[in-house]
Design a protein around this ligand. Structure first.
Ligand code: SF4
Length: 446
């Protein structure tokens, strides 16, 4: 038998692509300090505002919320949370992610990477009021200007008025930034950014959809960490190399899984953010019960990006395939004037920001889950209810009701905190998980 098919495990070993991602992150964070030293301005930016705008202007974007997530992945938050609460009297019940953002300034000695201080802060109310408050606090504490974008809440469909309302603010923000840096954005850089973003979005879609088959070739928990890279480094060339490595790792396992015995008992999905520090714990739990975590609503965050061109990437993805895809995308936009490109970019940015999952209505979230349940043949849904995240935790009760009553599948519903491991009990979750397994088994008659 070919070596490719000897391995029994049905999940891809992503150690190679993960190593590339880690090196890329180190390079990314070290590089931004060098750029700051070379007088490149630095903007601290909220997660819903795309990085490519800043890169096209020669501004270094830093996403303190993503930095906070890395911090949690490295399990380095306990001391920070204790210090913030005891030394700085930050209330214990505000969002752990926002505490991680504030902690990057107040607890400098405990942060994961040495991130450069901002020359400007930019955020929006698209995620939540806690983020805007956190940025306001930092603006005051550090004496740095703050731009705060106002987004309408999307209950149903995005309409023209909403797009125009947000576009006007994006245009104004870009004028302020261009005045600050003293030059206009670079058209070549925008073309490069578009080409990179659309190419990796297409690769990402194909990687996530590999899990439609059973047994699923990837543990979706492994994929969550890659989503943080998207936000921080969306236009970085290294991202495409990382995605190619990931694509190839997943492809090999997909081919293996077509030949091995299928011992997958249950297929589940995750709604809302993962618990970064508990990845190993959940992986063990899934493996023990032959459960595949096949997808999650946060993994589909790039679905809206879409591309006018679909690329049929072939294994192994090579540098030539990537360059070819980028070339086609880049030159599909050639010929536009800088004003046309700027306008297109503003509109595109406004639309993608309005598509943010967090501030969309419950109906929209339910529909997204329904589509994923059908597409990925899901047996049960894990609903993580982050108690410190009020905008997300309130709708979770309605979402649970919808899944149980309308979709008719079991739910594992539990309270915890994405960032703060002090609110996680392994023994309680193990007991609840076993009950969840029993319900799925009864439903499937096994
Ligand atoms: S986790 Fe929730 S409360 Fe925290 S920043 Fe995100 S949306 Fe806001």
């Amino acid at each position: 038998m070919n070596d490719l098919f000897k391995k029994k495990n049905n999940k891809a070993d992503l150690s190679h692509s993960t190593r590339i991602a880690n090196n890329l992150l180190l390079k990314h964070y070290n590089g931004m300090n060098r750029k700051k030293d070379n007088n490149q301005p630095v903007a601290w930016v909220g997660v819903d505002i795309p990085a490519y705008i800043f890169r096209a202007m020669g501004i270094v974007p830093v996403f303190p919320q993503i930095h906070a997530a890395f911090q949690a992945q490295r399990k380095a938050v306990k001391n920070m949370m204790n210090d913030l609460e005891s030394k700085w009297e930050i209330p214990h019940n505000i969002c752990g992610e926002v505490k991680g953002v504030i902690g990057a300034v107040l607890c400098e000695n405990e942060i994961a990477f040495n991130i450069p201080k901002p020359d400007i802060l930019i955020t929006s109310n698209s995620t939540c009021g806690q983020v805007t408050k956190g940025f306001k606090f930092l603006s005051k504490y550090m004496g740095v200007d703050l731009i705060n974008l106002d987004f309408p809440y999307v209950y149903d469909e995005i309409n023209e008025d909403m797009i125009n309302y947000v576009s006007d603010q994006v245009a104004e923000m870009m004028d302020i930034l261009e005045n600050k840096i003293g030059h206009k954005m670079d058209i070549e850089s925008i073309h490069d950014s578009y080409a990179n973003i659309f190419t990796f979005s297409e690769m990402w879609r194909e990687i996530c959809e590999a899990n439609i088959i059973s047994p699923a070739p990837v543990n979706a928990l492994d994929l969550f960490m890659f989503t943080s890279c998207f936000i921080s480094m969306d236009t970085d060339d290294g991202m495409l190399n990382m995605m190619a490595a990931l694509y190839n790792d997943v492809y090999i396992q997909t081919e293996r899984n077509k030949k091995i015995e299928n011992n997958e008992k249950f297929r589940v999905m995750w709604h809302y953010l993962p618990i970064y520090s508990k990845k190993r714990f959940f992986k063990n739990l899934f493996d023990e019960h032959n459960v595949s975590l096949v997808t999650g609503t946060y993994l589909a965050m790039h679905d809206e990006l879409g591309s006018a061109m679909k690329f049929d990437f072939k294994y192994p993805i090579t540098k030539e395939q990537i360059e070819n895809a980028k070339f086609q995308l880049k030159y599909s936009k050639k010929g536009e004037t800088i004003d046309e490109v700027r306008e297109g970019m503003i509109r595109y940015t406004a639309t993608s920001m309005l598509n943010s999952d967090v501030h969309r209505g419950v109906q929209d979230k339910c529909l997204k889950i329904k589509n994923m349940v059908e597409r990925y043949n899901i047996d049960g849904v894990i609903l993580h209810n982050d108690r410190s995240c009020r905008p997300q935790s309130l709708p979770q009760y309605e979402i649970r009701k919808y899944i149980l009553e309308e979709l008719g599948i079991p739910v594992l519903f539990f309270d915890s905190d994405t960032m703060d491991e002090r609110y996680f009990s392994e023994s309680q979750i193990t007991t609840r998980f076993e009950a969840f397994i029993e319900k799925m088994a009864t439903r499937k008659g096994i």
